[in-house]
Design a protein around this ligand. Sequence first.
Ligand code: F6R
Length: 242
Amino acid sequence: MRLIRAKDYAELSARAADIIAAQIILKPDCVLGLATGSSPVGTYQELIRKYEAGALDFSRVHTVNLDEYEGLDPKHEQSYARFMRENLFDHVNIPPESTNVPSGLSTDAGAAECARYDALIASFGGIDLQLLGLGPNGHIGFNEPDDHFPLGTHRVALTESTIQANKRFFEREEDVPRFAYTMGVRDIMQAKRVLMVVNGEAKAETVKKAFFGPVTPCVPASILQLHPDFTLVADEAALSRC
Ligand code: F6R
């Protein structure tokens, strides 16, 4: 595990964007695994800035996003598909057909969609660099604390902690979907490189448990301690308990 300590969110975002930019420069047709949520927004802004400055070309990049809420149309304000368009895809020269987010609209509880998504990742030859945020309960993607590590893309019931954490994006708590589709831990662990961005005091205890405690499915992110090329970029507040 490589740890990059940033002074604050701005520095964290710049450092993470540098790593993603290096990946794109070294392999222009790379496959990026991407995350939504608050943590990577600054990283995406930095990537857009580099693109606008002429330093990055996304034309041959493919992306696969980690997850999507069940039941949300890609146009829905809170869908992760829309989040990605608004925060990154619409601002760089990535062809829309090269971007992938699981569909939240399956009618068979996700069975076909989950299989399709894993086959899609395999057809790319895996993910070159996977960007992650850290859930307050230690989740990665929507792999929630459990007694085992889920392997491939699957449907998941969101825990109360995740519903509480994500209600800030919805008008009412009842509007937060209760299920989602997410890449599994195997999908994430098979990425050649993994990069996590974490900021803020509120995640400090989780960072300590995940990266300075035992590897356990009760804290899904802890498995990243076993990844051969894992970089954690965190600000001082997130590292304050370590
Ligand atoms: C998002 C995702 C989640 C978030 C995590 C942290 O695609 O998979 O695991 O990364 O919930 O969310 P924020 O960054 O909003 O604190």
